[in-house]
Design a protein around this ligand. Structure first.
Ligand SMILES: *[C@@H]1O[C@H](CO)[C@@H](O)[C@H](O)[C@H]1NC(C)=O
Ligand SMILES: *[C@@H]1O[C@H](CO)[C@@H](O)[C@H](O)[C@H]1NC(C)=O
Ligand SMILES: *[C@@H]1O[C@H](CO)[C@@H](O)[C@H](O)[C@H]1NC(C)=O
Ligand SMILES: *[C@@H]1O[C@H](CO)[C@@H](O)[C@H](O)[C@H]1NC(C)=O
Ligand SMILES: *[C@@H]1O[C@H](CO)[C@@H](O)[C@H](O)[C@H]1NC(C)=O
Ligand SMILES: *[C@@H]1O[C@H](CO)[C@@H](O)[C@H](O)[C@H]1NC(C)=O
Ligand SMILES: *[C@@H]1O[C@H](CO)[C@@H](O)[C@H](O)[C@H]1NC(C)=O
Ligand SMILES: *[C@@H]1O[C@H](CO)[C@@H](O)[C@H](O)[C@H]1NC(C)=O
Length: 628
């Protein structure tokens, strides 16, 4: 009947996505008050509470894989340890299923519970009998719990226990204040070892943080003092995370970044970062915030146990020490999936189940939970942890589910929430981010300096004063206007300040050099342009009008006609009597081949005068007349 009801609900959820608010059973923290267990979401808003005729609740433990809470009641008549299963999947029915795990046999005083998800065992400390007990969840009803550790013959008073289910070890605090210790033993019952034995007064709760591979514990120190401490799993590198006054811490829970503890003096839950404040440099950003543990909220009743969801099935999947155990747990859960689907045989339901978990989350039918992929949280893995995580940057997810931001230029901080510009430029200077990502200021009038922290009026007035007595003093250029203003304000200031005289000179000199350079450049430019133009014109001309071939023609003329019978034209002249005429640039070879002159005219001129130069001139002249 319940299964069908659940199926109906699943359908409702799938059809109506708006169903979100309270009551979908997703909680991240739980605290036991005296008569009830209160569940909170990630922002410590109360989600639900369970108050089922409880008398005096103390310790609490949580099985994340099956969504079962184990808790102890010191006074309940029917039993001492109970299990509680909350309804899931958006159920409107708030039936809390409570079962008795351990029946009451005597007046136990249970101070602490731990759960081993691999073997499904519950461990608890009974302070009255000074024993640590173990009981299997799947055991038969008649089977009574076994004694795991017996301190009856020792001076040990066991108080808190914590389990390292990955490395299979159990840790406990011994709160006998005369000789308090922190010890551990293998879950197989061997290798008991004292790992911390100094400076402990009344140590109470202890937890193993599988993410950082450290143990954390709380100590009620002498007087009103208290500490929250941490150490490596073997007790080395012990650090005090918080040291304070006026608090009586009882138990604690550790998440990715924070520690939470229940305080029985104020009936409150406190928180602090996991990082030790003593290690932090006081000048560092955020140091102040980290050194002060603060109350998250107060309760009506005395709180004792506290648990936080660690999502180890997701975050420890790739952890060196945990992956083996996590995989074994997962196999067990998936096997139970097959069993439950065979039992019920609704193929449509498994289909729905597959769709129930978003973003590749794996559905565990037995407990009705999703095991999400790294980076997703929520009952249905619907929330991307990176979404909106980095304010000014991009978010990436580590294999252990830690968000990491790479910030944009000019931003810093864990979530890139801080701008390098904020508060950087003083006196209304305008801030910009340069290419190296460093802030840079553009100062308002009358201010200067890297952060506009210098009052220019103040600084310049010093220069203007010195100038009054030493006119050669160098004055920064920006001060000229200010000096002028100061000196001309009134008579009194005129006596004190001087105006730098070389102000205009300096400006002129600058201008002259500037002009000269320009002129030189211009002239050079114009000249080279002209040369270029000439070259081009010449080239073009050469291209279109190739030079005329130079043609030479040589005429040999006899100086004096021989007295003999031979004619002057056919007669070979004697070397001493001949004369040569060379005619260049004759346009037409054919024309030149023929005599370019009238022989009669030659005769005429030759007979007239014997001047050779004159002859040549006339010849050329005549030839040109013929040509053109
Ligand atoms: C305790 O046990 C008795 C008898 O077994 C039962 O009637 C009663 O309801 C139980 N009380 C609680 C609080 O479970
Ligand atoms: C438990 O303690 C109460 C009073 O403290 C006593 O009345 C009762 O008999 C005790 N029960 C057992 C089983 O010892
Ligand atoms: C605590 O230790 C002292 C001696 O160191 C011993 O006398 C006392 O009995 C112890 N107390 C318990 C509760 O074991
Ligand atoms: C304290 O305990 C340690 C180890 O458990 C033991 O060696 C030492 O003698 C004890 N001291 C006292 C004063 O009981
Ligand atoms: C803290 O930081 C300042 C400057 O950043 C440095 O001078 C100082 O030594 C640091 N102190 C410690 C304890 O690291
Ligand atoms: C599964 O759903 C289909 C239609 O969606 C239906 O025809 C079929 O009978 C269902 N099977 C079971 C086993 O409910
Ligand atoms: C700068 O200072 C001068 C006098 O020192 C003043 O007259 C002027 O108003 C100031 N300018 C601004 C923007 O404050
Ligand atoms: C800058 O200095 C001058 C002279 O000391 C002073 O009159 C003026 O108020 C100062 N300006 C600011 C913004 O502090």
């Amino acid at each position: 009947m319940w299964k069908y009801f659940q199926m109906l609900l699943l359908l409702m959820v799938l059809l109506a996505h708006c169903h979100h608010a309270m009551g979908d059973g997703i909680w991240d923290y739980a605290v036991t008050a005296k008569t009830k267990i209160i569940f909170y979401d990630e922002h410590w808003r109360e989600v639900t509470s369970s108050a089922h005729q409880f008398d005096y609740l103390s310790a609490i433990a949580f099985d994340e894989t099956e969504e079962i809470v184990y808790f102890a009641d010191r006074l309940h008549n029917n039993g001492s340890i109970f299990s509680l299963k909350l309804p899931r999947g958006g159920s409107t029915d708030d039936t809390h299923i409570i079962e008795t795990i351990v029946h009451r046999t005597q007046n136990e005083t249970i101070s602490s519970i731990a759960y081993d998800p691999l073997d499904r065992n519950v461990y608890w400390v009974d302070q009255r009998s000074k024993k640590i007990y173990i009981a299997s969840i799947g055991r038969k009803e008649t089977e009574s719990p076994k004694v795991f550790m017996d301190f009856a013959k020792e001076e040990t008073l066991p108080d808190g226990i914590g389990i390292d289910f990955c490395r299979r070890k159990l840790y406990w605090t011994n709160s006998n204040f005369t000789n308090a210790t922190i010890e551990r033993i293998d879950l197989s019952g061997h290798n008991r070892k004292v790992i911390v034995s100094t400076d402990l007064y009344l140590p109470h709760g202890i937890v193993v943080d599988q993410l950082s591979d450290r143990i954390y514990w709380v100590v009620d120190q002498q007087g009103a003092h208290f500490t929250v401490e941490s150490a490596n799993l073997d007790g080395t590198d012990r650090r005090i995370v918080v040291k304070g006054i006026n608090s009586t811490p009882f138990n604690l829970a550790v998440t990715k970044d924070l520690i939470y503890w229940t305080d029985q003096r104020h009936n409150a839950v406190f928180t602090h970062t996991k990082v030790a404040s003593e290690k932090k440099n006081q000048t560092e950003e955020g140091a102040k915030e980290a050194t002060n543990p603060h109350i998250i909220f107060k309760l009506q009743e005395k709180p004792s146990g506290i648990i936080g969801r660690s999502r180890y099935m997701t975050t420890l999947k790739q952890d060196d020490h945990c992956s083996g155990v996590v995989n074994k747990i997962k196999r067990r859960l998936l096997d139970s999936n097959i069993v439950s689907s065979i039992n019920n045989n609704p193929s449509n339901m498994t289909l729905l189940h597959r769709d129930y978990c978003l973003n590749d989350g794996e559905y565990i039918a037995q407990s009705g939970i999703c095991i999400c992929k790294v980076g997703y949280v929520g009952a249905r893995c619907e929330t991307n942890e990176c979404h909106n995580y980095c304010m000014h940057g991009t978010c990436t997810m580590s294999s252990t589910g830690q968000q990491k931001c790479s910030c944009q230029h000019g931003f810093y901080g864990k979530r890139c929430q801080s701008s390098k510009c904020s508060g950087y430029c003083l006196n209304e200077g305008e801030c910009k981010i340069d290419n190296n990502g460093d802030p840079m200021c553009e100062c308002a009038d009358n201010f200067s300096g890297q952060r506009c922290d210098q009052n220019s009026t103040e600084i310049c007035s010093l220069f203007c004063r010195i100038l009054k007595y030493d006119s050669d003093t160098y004055v920064p250029f920006g001060c000229h206007d200010i000096c002028e203003e100061l000196a001309s304000a009134n008579e009194e200031t005129a006596r004190l300040y001087a105006i730098p005289t070389y102000k205009h000179l300096e400006v002129c000199k600058d201008q002259v050099t500037w002009t000269n350079t320009i002129i030189i450049a211009l002239v050079a430019g114009v000249v080279s342009c002209l040369c270029l133009v000439l070259l081009i014109v010449h080239g073009v001309r050469r291209f279109y009008k190739p030079a005329r071939p130079r043609i030479k023609k040589t005429f040999v003329v006899r100086r004096q006609p021989a007295a003999s019978s031979d004619t002057p034209l056919t007669n070979r002249p004697i070397a001493t009597e001949q004369c040569e005429i060379t005619i260049e640039n004759c346009c037409n070879m054919n024309y030149c081949d023929t005599p370019c002159f009238d022989p009669k005219m030659v005769q005429q001129t030759l007979s007239r005068d014997n001047n050779a130069k004159e002859d040549k001139k006339i010849l050329i002249h005549n030839m040109e007349d013929d040509l053109y």
